[in-house]
Structure formats: structure tokens, C-alpha cells
Write a new protein. Structure first.
Length: 321
């Protein structure tokens, strides 16, 4: 069975070569499995693509290098890689060596039980405080905004059958997020518990700006924020109606009661804040609709290399999506 390992790469000049070697070595020990790798350079600022090309030369026909024309993000890189896979099983992992290729066998064993998608859940996350915070927010949103089987935790280390990834690359939206696309495609999922290793080189590439942008991407896959806006609208309308009735009754009972200017201003500020928040949510949805109408590409490929047979995946095959 051919297994395709897809890896989005960003500023991983020091780690990607070692990761590819570890992956090839791991698969050489397992009977019945062969490996190919698709490495997508997300417009790194260092020599990542140069290292990817070295891997292509070192493992001809087994490693495909894809180079983006600009930075489109980790999830867009994963979807781009899915266009070039040939294996029956597809494995997605990070480029920072916090996932080890020898863990892939656990995924393959679990897939033999008949699951369509298997996620790796870390026993203890080896991230900094900021990445841990954004990961917790991401998991919170996954639980509440994304339809998925109960008890399933999603992560960036996963294994899926080819028909699942083939369906996912039909996605025509502007912002990619692979976990909700998995949930839209199948409910036959499982988790496995994995060790999370320390980062060997550098630090996380997720800044606050990138983390917030990823957070806003959830709105492409859920109408829950709009439902929250409706809920708050109804809640504050009822609260205002009840407060008005209470004030009228209080005035009849005690005509000398004074209405407070400060309390009125606080109430107005709270209501105005909620109104602007809900208008912002609605505006975000309208902005995404406008962006979708302009056919903004999800990614644009500058170059594709596959060992001694570059014509097998030419740049014209999937120039953009």
C-alpha cells in the first residue's frame, strides 16, 4: 500500500531534510507499506524550498516539491498537497519535528479497523504559552462550531483515506481549514493518543495576527456566530422590555424615585457594544461573500518538482485553486 505524507513547510530549512530522512527510514522497516512525500513550501523566507529540492534529488520519484507564489497559509498548503498525492492513504503532519514519522504506524494500524480518518491527540502539548492558548481556543471552537462525532478531538497530525482527500480538494472557498472539511466528508473517525516532542529548531511561526486570521476562518464553516447574534438581540430586547415595565411599576409605587443618569449611560454603553459586536459579525460574513464573488484563489503554485520525472506533476496541472 502506498502512503502519501503531505507536509506544509514554512521557514523549516533546518528541519525538513531530517524529517524526510526519518520518514523514509521508518517506512523502510514496515512490511506492506511504501511511502511518497509531498512537501509544499508556503513562500518561506529562508532556504526551505532549496532543501526540499535536495530531498527531491535524494529520493527521486518518492518526494514531490511544490512552491507557492506567496504565503497562503498552512491549511491551503495541505489542500494543495492533496492534488499531487498518489497513495491510497494520506497522512498530514507538521514540519517542525514535533511529530515523528515512526508514529505513523499507529495511524495505519488504527485505519485497518475500518476508519476513514484518524487524528493524533497529544498526551501533553510541547508548545509555548501563546501556542497553547491558541490551541485551546481552536479546540473550543472545533467542539462547538464544527459538526463532528462526539468524543473526537481534531489535530494537525492525521491520517485519511484517499476518497476523503479527493472530496476535500473540491472545496471552492477562500479560506481553508482542513478539520471542518474532514467533518463535512465523513463521520467515521477515531483518535489515537500520541507523544508530542519538543521543537528542535526555531519557534512557532504563528503570530497573533496569523492566529486571529485562523480564528476568523471558522466563520466559513459555521452559522453559529449569526445564531449567537440573534440570541443576544432577543435577550437584550426582552431585558429592555422587562426593565421598562419594572421602572414604570416602581414609579407608580414610589413617585419620588429618581432615575440615575450614570446607570442609564452604562446600560446604553453595554447595549451599544453588543450591537456593534453583532454588526461586526454580520459584516464579516458579508465580507467573505464579497471575497468569494471575486474568485480569489485559495493558492497559486509557482513550481512543482518530482525527482527524475517532473512532467508527472507539471506546474500547469494545478496552477491555482
Amino acid at each position: 500500500m502506498l502512503v502519501s505524507v503531505v507536509i506544509p513547510c514554512y521557514n523549516s530549512e533546518k528541519s525538513i531534510g531530517k524529517l524526510v530522512d526519518m520518514c523514509m527510514e521508518a517506512f523502510s522497516k514496515w512490511d506492506g507499506y511504501e511511502c511518497e512525500m509531498v512537501l509544499v513550501n508556503d513562500c518561506s523566507r529562508d532556504g526551505t524550498y532549496r532543501e526540499i529540492l535536495k530531498c527531491v534529488e535524494r529520493y527521486p520519484g518518492k518526494v514531490t516539491g511544490v512552491d507557492f507564489s506567496k504565503n497562503f497559509g498552512q491549511h491551503a498548503a495541505l489542500l494543495a498537497a492533496m492534488h499531487y498525492v498518489r497513495g491510497e492513504i494520506v497522512v498530514g503532519m507538521d514540519d517542525d519535528l514535533q511529530n515523528h514519522p515512526d508514529q505513523i504506524l499507529q495511524f495505519l494500524d488504527k485505519m485497518e479497523e475500518g476508519y476513514d480518518v484518524v487524528f493524533g491527540v497529544y498526551r501533553k502539548r510541547q508548545f509555548g504559552w501563546f501556542k497553547n492558548l491558541t490551541s485551546k481556543i481552536s479546540q473550543f471552537l472545533m467542539v462547538r462550531l464544527v459538526e463532528r462525532p462526539k468524543g473526537i478531538d481534531m489535530s494537525n497530525f492525521w491520517c485519511a483515506r484517499r476518497f476523503v482527500t479527493d472530496e476535500m480538494i473540491r472545496y471552492q472557498g477562500n479560506d481553508a481549514l482542513v478539520q471542518p472539511l474532514f467533518a463535512r466528508t465523513t463521520s467515521n473517525m477515531a483518535d489515537i493518543s500520541l507523544e508530542h516532542y519538543e521543537r528542535e529548531f526555531g519557534t512557532s511561526n504563528y503570530s497573533f495576527k496569523k492566529a486571529f486570521r485562523l480564528f476568523m476562518t471558522f466563520m466559513d464553516y459555521s452559522t453559529v456566530p449569526l445564531r449567537i447574534a440573534n440570541f443576544f438581540g432577543i435577550l437584550f430586547s426582552l431585558a429592555g422590555f422587562v426593565a421598562t415595565i419594572a421602572l414604570i411599576i416602581h414609579k407608580f409605587v414610589d413617585p419620588t424615585v429618581q432615575t440615575g443618569w450614570s446607570s442609564l449611560m452604562c446600560l446604553m454603553l453595554i447595549i451599544a457594544g453588543i450591537v456593534f459586536l453583532m454588526l461586526g459579525v454580520i459584516g464579516e460574513y458579508l465580507g467573505k461573500l464579497i471575497s468569494a464573488s471575486t474568485n480569489k484563489p485559495l493558492f497559486v503554485v509557482r513550481d512543482v518538482r518530482r525527482g527524475e520525472n517532473p512532467e508527472e506533476a507539471s506546474v500547469d496541472q494545478h496552477p491555482s485553486c
